[in-house]
Design a protein around this ligand. Structure first.
Ligand code: SF4
Length: 254
């Protein structure tokens, strides 16, 4: 059987399974962050969506990695395989669970799995499939940042105990957050500075530890930001003052 590709760690995160899809294309509720890499050339295209969001602007942290052909190919391979698989049976969820399950089984046994270092849940059936795969892999904690907040709300009663979702602010569905704080306990806000996080009384996360907590937290803007943007200026300032500017070491997609 043809299987999905995972990586097993990166500069930011320790040992864990990491699954990715193409940034932007698979993110129906991407907002200020929305960025694509052209599938053929890798050229980056920004298409920020400002409707519905409550966030300051920033560019997707994950899209720039797709300027590298091997990263781009692995992410598109995964999305192509998911789409091809889901239409092989009337029960899309069942065949997707089988694919994800068998793909996980072919990987080293690890206790953590990040769903989507890049990309997002693009349909409810796809989200359901990850829930099903998590149920079948109870040794592992699965977690994801997501802006697909409508899907999350629709499926909130189906989420297994070993799946941890974090609402990622900056999407077109941000307005769903304030009225549903009982569901969206973990909320990630992108901030420009450590001071901004302190003002909002948010701890800054660097290793996804907060994805297993029960309160909102902050992520410091990083990566390659749009030239001239406030996010880019904040990064330049931080660099000038010798502050933290990003995660650098990378490991290969397997
Ligand atoms: S939703 Fe996430 S992966 Fe998609 S474009 Fe925005 S930040 Fe990137």
């Amino acid at each position: 059987m043809t299987l999905l590709k995972f990586s097993t760690g990166n500069a930011k995160l320790g040992k864990r399974l990491i699954f990715s899809l193409p940034a932007g294309y698979t993110c129906p509720a991407a907002g200020v962050c929305k960025t694509f890499a052209d599938r053929t050339t890798g050229e980056i295209r920004d298409l920020p969506q400002l409707n519905g969001t409550i966030a300051d602007e920033y560019r997707c942290f994950a899209a720039m990695a797709e300027t590298r052909p091997n990263v781009r190919d692995a992410r598109w391979y995964n999305w192509d395989l998911l789409k091809a698989t889901m239409y092989t049976d009337n029960d899309q969820v069942k065949v997707l669970i089988k694919l994800i399950d068998e793909s996980i089984s072919a990987q080293p046994t690890l206790s953590l799995c990040r769903i989507h270092e890049s990309g997002d849940f693009w349909t409810e059936n796809y989200m359901r499939a990850w829930f099903g795969a998590a149920r079948n892999n109870s040794h592992c904690k699965f977690y994801a940042y997501t802006k697909s907040l409508g899907m999350w709300l629709n499926l909130k009663d189906e989420i297994p105990d070993n799946v941890y979702l974090t609402a990622s602010v900056g999407g077109t569905l941000d307005s769903l957050i304030p009225g549903n704080l009982d569901t969206f306990k973990r909320i990630a806000y992108v901030v420009y500075t450590e001071e901004q996080a302190a003002e909002q009384e948010l701890e800054i996360d660097h290793d996804d530890e907060h994805c297993f907590g029960d309160k909102p937290f902050a992520l410091l803007v990083h990566g390659s930001q749009r030239a001239g943007s406030l996010a880019s200026k904040a990064l330049s300032q931080r660099k000038k003052h010798g502050g933290w500017v990003g995660y650098h070491k990378t490991k290969k997609v397997a």
